[in-house]
Design a binder for this molecule. Structure first.
Ligand code: ZN
Length: 213
């Protein structure tokens, strides 16, 4: 199975651009996080960042192409990120073409304090509209999954909570997965969510209570 050279170049360029933009926000500390972009649907092929690389730099060894099982489709010395299977589950269960995974203090904080509830409740914030949810008194729930050490289990458990309405899943004390129809939409979604996470963390600390709504 192979893909066209042009398709490859386009995906690598788009992912590298996105990677640098998100890196500038400080969203890939200590080489954490990963990004992917779908290239083909049937069978699924997507470009994904390789593991353990500094995402503030662009080299010719940053991105590889994998199939539905997170296996490289061509001979390569690069290792796909260990969490690539989660990206695959998101592509298989949504209409996403781009998936962003980042570790931030704000998303870790909320995944911990709301873990027992099973989701982070977000209400009445203008920024909810940036997720393409246009409802009066909008109320959304971002699901939280336990951070299973075994990555196959983590991918399966993440798959169970994926919904069509909210393009994100939190992993407890780990990070967030966010997706969109293309790289622009995925970026807008992750920016909106991180904005709301920071706001909520501050409000919880200010009020000294999880009952902020
Ligand atoms: Zn991670």
């Amino acid at each position: 199975m192979d893909i066209l050279f042009e398709e490859k170049q386009k995906a690598v360029q788009a992912l590298n651009d996105l990677k640098i933009e998100l890196h500038k926000k400080g969203w890939f500390p200590a080489t954490s996080g990963n990004l992917s972009l779908k290239v083909r649907n049937n069978p699924l092929i997507f470009a994904v960042t390789s593991s353990g690389k500094d995402k503030g730099k662009v080299t010719h060894e940053d991105i590889l192409f994998v199939d539905k099982d997170a296996k490289p489709i061509q001979q390569t010395n690069l290792k796909p990120s260990a969490e690539t299977k989660i990206h695959s589950k998101i592509y298989q269960n949504t209409d996403a073409s781009c998936v962003i995974h980042i570790h931030t203090v704000n998303n870790n904080f909320l995944s911990e304090v709301f873990f027992e509830k099973g989701y982070v409740p977000i209400k009445d914030l203008e920024m909810i509209k940036a997720l393409d949810i246009w409802e009066e008194n909008a109320y959304i729930k971002i699901p939280i999954v336990k951070n299973f050490f075994d990555l196959d289990t983590l991918a399966q458990e993440t798959e169970k909570v994926i919904t069509k309405k909210v393009p994100a899943v939190l992993i407890r004390n780990h990070g967030v997965y966010v997706w969109g129809k293309n790289e622009f939409e995925a970026k807008r979604h992750v920016e909106a969510l991180e904005f709301m996470f920071e706001y909520m963390k501050n409000l919880i600390l200010f009020k000294g209570s999880l009952n902020i709504w």
